[in-house]
Ligand binder design. Structure first.
Ligand code: SF4
Length: 400
């Protein structure tokens, strides 16, 4: 995850830059259930509204939690499918909180209502993330359900009323990029604590829609809009967070934005970006799927490292006999092609290895989702025959 707000805060309130430090254990994104009441176009878990066999029992989940705690995992992100469709979700979340984990719930929001918000608030979730793909018409089309937007917006409001930290998660494609300004305005108007901008990755249903991936120029326009919106929010003294996911080249793009807008801050921001260090799949981020399979992150469901029903997570995560895991942990990673030549590997760490693998079959090839121009990454213009269009296909305006 790339925390835009954290870096833009450094413009006015610089903090000392230190060496890169890994947290004691990885953040675990746990898809506790695959069942979902929606069938979204870009779903990586290809969920459906039916029970999937072989999912972990409550007792098995507890056993895994004990192991995760012992392994010093700090954060559990309870996800799905739709996690609220798991009958024991509140028991699991309550136990996780009691054990001292930071506990987040990742939901589509349509099942959060006046009847269960009291129970949700009582658990004390540290964060609830709700997905919105755009404004009402776009969202309902993506979610393939009329009224889904209204239900999710109602959930956001219910969480706010109960003082639960809440965020909107948005995955951009060419079919919903036009809604980004309105969505940012909604987040501002509703006093929502966090905006998570996710780049489209290639996995699950997203992989089948690769042709719909937002083109690089529109990604640049979206990032400019996010930076401007975040800076304006900071200027208003708000604590709102703007973060991105699934494209660590965002850090390099931010550095160039800083160099243009705040040239005297470039060296400091560069040092802070190096401290962050870019992509952390398989290092600081882990995924357990609904069957207990462990993956380097949520976009690597085709790469299983082991199963928590057969072997503790701590043993699976510490085992580097898998070549992919060995490469992900290597520092620097064995990057090739354009990423291998890039001057900013220390900031980006090669971004999405799953995108490289899905497109070329080689997880160490260049990330095809990198939207930076050749001069921006310090490679000669003709080295790789790659160009990025310079005319954005859509003009995005900053939120006032
Ligand atoms: S070329 Fe690769 S390492 Fe460099 S910014 Fe792009 S994705 Fe990151």
């Amino acid at each position: 995850m790339f925390r835009i707000s954290q870096f833009l805060k450094e413009i006015d309130q610089p903090t000392p830059a230190g060496p890169r430090r890994n947290p004691p254990g990885p953040v675990v994104i746990w898809n506790l259930v695959r069942r979902c009441n929606l069938t979204c176009k870009h779903c990586y878990s290809i969920s459906a509204d039916k029970d999937f066999p072989g999912e972990l029992s409550t007792e098995q989940v507890y056993t895994v939690m004990d192991d995760l705690k012992g392994f010093r995992v700090p954060v559990l992100i309870l996800s799905g499918g739709e996690p609220l469709l798991r009958p024991d979700i509140f028991e699991i979340a309550r136990r996780a909180k009691a054990m001292g984990f930071y506990v987040a719930l990742s939901s589509n929001g349509t099942l959060i209502d006046a009847d269960n918000i009291v129970a949700i608030a009582a658990i004390g979730f540290d964060y609830v993330g709700i997905s919105l793909d755009g404004m009402a018409a776009t969202h309902d089309k993506f979610r393939r359900k009329a009224g889904a937007f209204d239900a999710s917006l109602s959930a956001l409001r219910l969480c706010r009323q109960r003082n639960i930290k809440v965020g909107v998660r948005y995955t951009m494609t060419e079919d919903n990029a036009q809604d980004l300004p309105a969505l940012l305005q909604l987040v501002a108007d509703e006093g929502i604590d966090k905006f998570y901008f996710s780049h489209l990755n290639y996995a699950g249903r997203g992989n089948k829609h690769r042709a719909d991936d937002a083109r690089h120029a529109s990604t640049r326009a979206a990032m400019d809009l996010l930076f401007d919106s975040c800076l304006a929010s900071l200027g208003r003294g708000e604590a709102k967070e703007f973060v991105t996911g699934n494209n660590d080249a965002d850090g390099v793009y931010l550095l160039h934005w800083i160099a243009t807008r705040f040239p005297d801050k470039t060296a400091h921001i560069r040092a802070k970006l190096q401290q962050w260090g870019g992509n952390a799949s398989g290092v600081n981020v882990a995924n357990i799927d609904n069957l207990g399979n462990v993956h380097p992150d949520t976009m690597w469901w085709h790469e299983t490292l082991g199963n928590v029903q057969e072997r503790p997570f701590s043993a699976i995560w510490s085992d580097l006999s898998n070549p992919l895991m060995a490469g992900l942990r290597q520092h620097p990673r064995p990057l090739e092609g354009r990423c291998g030549a890039c001057r900013y590997r220390d900031i980006c760490n090669g971004s999405s290895r799953v995108r490289a693998q899905q497109v070329t079959g080689n997880p160490w090839a260049e990330d095809p989702g990198c939207y930076l121009l050749d001069p921006e990454i310090g490679v000669a213009a003709d080295d790789y025959g790659r160009r990025v269009r310079t005319t954005p296909w859509i003009k995005l305006e900053a939120v006032a």
